[in-house]
Ligand binder design. Sequence first.
Ligand code: URA
Length: 236
Amino acid sequence: MKLVKHLANLGYGSRKEVAWMFREGRVTDAAGEVLYADDPLDHGNVRVDGEPLDPPSGLVLMLHKPAGHTCSTKDKGRTVYDLLPPRFIQRDPVLSTVGRLDRDTTGLLLMTDDGMLLHRIVSPKSKLPKFYEATLANDLRGDEVALFASGTLMLEAETTPLLPAELEVLGPRHVRLALHEGRYHQVRRMFAAIGNHVEALHRPQVGGLALDDLAEGQWRALDAADLARLFNTETA
Ligand code: URA
């Protein structure tokens, strides 16, 4: 692939805009030598305005999503893309969220431009648990652990019961929940189904990958070790 196309695919601008960046001498190698639009691609050796390039395609990142941001590019208002470099929304292949978190849910959100990987993460075959911590409006009744584990709980307007889920009671109105599927607004609807209400919802971990010390609003690209951790359900 020609360098000009590679930079356009990474969202640095349209082909035309990127061609201008070359003419202006803004694209160099690591030693500061000016590069040309038709030069062969050597990703790690390219600088734009002296800065290394964004990660190439195959990017997987995790974001600590704050409340108030939606996961859809089509929504009005703040989206998770506003928390990433502006170029990222123009990448080709497109950078998508892996599933979604509600506007008011905080926590670990994965994003990738790798369709196969996205599929693997969301596929029930991968059996990747998703962990949530919820603060409830009302005290627990006492039967929730057994009910959620039963595999019989039905959500309103659905025709198949939920898969068994593990609920850990952390306090009278505070729980940790492990889900093995991802239905629409699942946690909020599970508690609504038993007459409770989720006041705050946070996802600290997906599979074996935890947010750890990633601050709210921050993101980082995942490496091979992170992906191994993500798919390691032994530690989850
Ligand atoms: N379940 C919900 O209800 N909301 C989320 O954001 C994620 C899971």
